[in-house]
Structures are given as structure tokens and as C-alpha cells.
Ligand binder design. Sequence first.
Ligand code: CIR
Length: 253
Amino acid sequence: MFQKAIVRIPSKSMVKGLSSANLGLPNYELALKQHEAYVEALLSCGVEVITLEADENFPDSTFVEDVALCTPHCAIITRPGAESRRQEIEEMKEVLKDEYENIEFIQAPGTVEAGDIMMVENHYYIGLSARTNEEGAQQIISNLEKYGLTGSIVSLEEVLHLKTGLAYLENNYLVACGEFLEKDEFKKFNILEIEKEESYAANCIWVNDTVIIPKGFPKAKQVIEKTGYEIIELDMSEFQKLDGGLSCLSLRY
Ligand code: CIR
């Protein structure tokens, strides 16, 4: 179960955020409303939410998931592969110092964005992407091993981050889409397949036996309903314009 979540309010500068989506610029006011609804949903799942102020210096800083990995035993501050995001870690370091006794750091030339890391109990799958390199992934694994946790590397070609196409929903349920449907390491899971045209819904989050999914993906909803979890649907349109999804907007621990 998760006790806490960290989120950051979107900045006005989010319109300059990194994007490959071709969906137009996000509407800041609407993004703020969608972010508020996201926080409400987390609260309704019983987590305490730590809300950080918007940081205009970093257009992508609302996507807090990428700058740290929060495990039950330590936090690992990442070194984002996107240059424009690298300094986002500075404030997160300070925030996590109050939350964790043990803090580790990814060192150059390693790069990691934690959107590439999926936790399955004590094991962490680490995607090698344009943002997370082999050196960074190996550092994550060494750090995890210090605390009795394990990690393994997954290759990916089609999506931005590992969790763009995968979500672990506990109890052996794995939401998967596209390239991840064929990978041997995931065959042991009870796969909830998301069709390509609804691939955005593969980024959903389990929070204490509720699954939060993006609104507007009816087939994905039907598939995820099979788990029996309660489902909350949230409109994510403005974050989708920046390649961001539900997992990206919080650190849950
Ligand atoms: C970026 O490209 O870094 C942001 N516009 C989106 C980050 C999404 N984060 C995630 O998937 N964990």
C-alpha cells in the first residue's frame, strides 16, 4: 500500500515542455484543473499528498516521477537524460531528505528517468530508452541491491518511457501494449492487453486497490475492469499533449 505521493503543480511554462505528440500546445488553465482532479483522486485512495509549488524554470517539472525512484528502503535521485530536465533534481533532493534516511544518486555518465522503471514487489524493471542508458540502469541495479532489492534491464524501441506502455497493477496483473506484449520476461504475468489505438491508457496507476485510468479509452477500461479494482477515470488531455501520463505526475511510496 502507498502512504504518500509527491506532486508538483504545472508551471505556466509547461507550454514549452518536451513533446513528440503533435496534439497542439497544452492549455495551462485546463491543465491546472486536471492536476487538481488528479490530486483529489490520489487523496481518495488514502494517500497523503505533498504538493510542490510550480517551478517556471522547468517546463516539464510537473512530471515528478522521472527525477527520483522511491522504494520502500531508499530513494534514488536520477540524472534525467533530457538536458532541459537535469536540474529538476535539485529541489527534489531537498524534499526527499525529509522523507528518506537513505538517498542514493545516479552519477554521470549514467542517465535515468524513472518513468523507465516499473516496480513489481521487490523487483524493478528498467527500460533502456532515449532517456535511460545502460550505465544509469546498472547504477540503479547496484543501488537496489544494497537494500536487498533486485533489478533487470528491458529493451524498448517504440515508446518514450517503459511505463508509457506498461503498468503493474499488483496481484500479478500487468497492463501491456505494443512491443511489451511479446517480451518473454512479462509472459509470467496476467496480461491486460491494451489495443494500439488506445495505447495512451497503458499508462495507468494502481493506488491502494484503486486503478486510475485516463478518460476516453473505453476498451482499455473494460479490460482493466476485469481486475475487480475500483476505477477512477481522469481527463488527461493537456498532459497527453506533452507525452505525459498518469504515472508521470506523482512519486508514490
Ligand atoms: C518529457 O518529455 O520529459 C515530458 N514532456 C514528459 C515526461 C513523461 N514522463 C513519464 O512518462 N514518466
